[in-house]
Design a protein around this ligand. Structure first.
Ligand code: FES
Length: 108
């Protein structure tokens, strides 16, 4: 399936995350502190926690439950207790809208 519009870029403030579900996949759409938009799997690999309820810091998204930080570009956790990466999806910003392709997994 092709990329799907998830929101207007203006709806996503810097250093915030928004949960969307595309094709049944929970995805965190995140604008990092530099203003770049990312999309990663929303479910923490340590527990059934929505990462979009966590904290954006620089280019990471931190799980609020036990503090693992996931790198937005790679989906990799930078610290325990999570040790498995979340998927990373292709994001396109076009005409002020954000599009995510739920089939285009960049990593792992
Ligand atoms: S549930 Fe996310 S770090 Fe434990």
């Amino acid at each position: 399936m092709a990329a799907q519009r998830v929101c207007a870029e203006a709806e996503l403030a810097v250093s915030t995350a928004m949960k969307v579900v595309l094709d049944g996949k929970p995805i965190a759409v995140v604008k990092d502190s530099a203003g770049q938009v990312h999309a990663i799997g929303d479910t923490c690999t340590h527990g059934d926690i929505s990462l979009s309820e966590g904290f954006v810091e620089d280019s990471t998204l931190e799980c609020w439950a036990h503090g693992s930080k996931f790198e937005l570009a790679t989906g990799k956790p930078l610290n325990f207790p999570a040790y498995e990466p979340v998927p990373v999806y292709t994001v396109t910003v076009d005409g002020g809208d954000v599009f995510v392709d739920p089939d285009a997994v960049i990593t792992p």
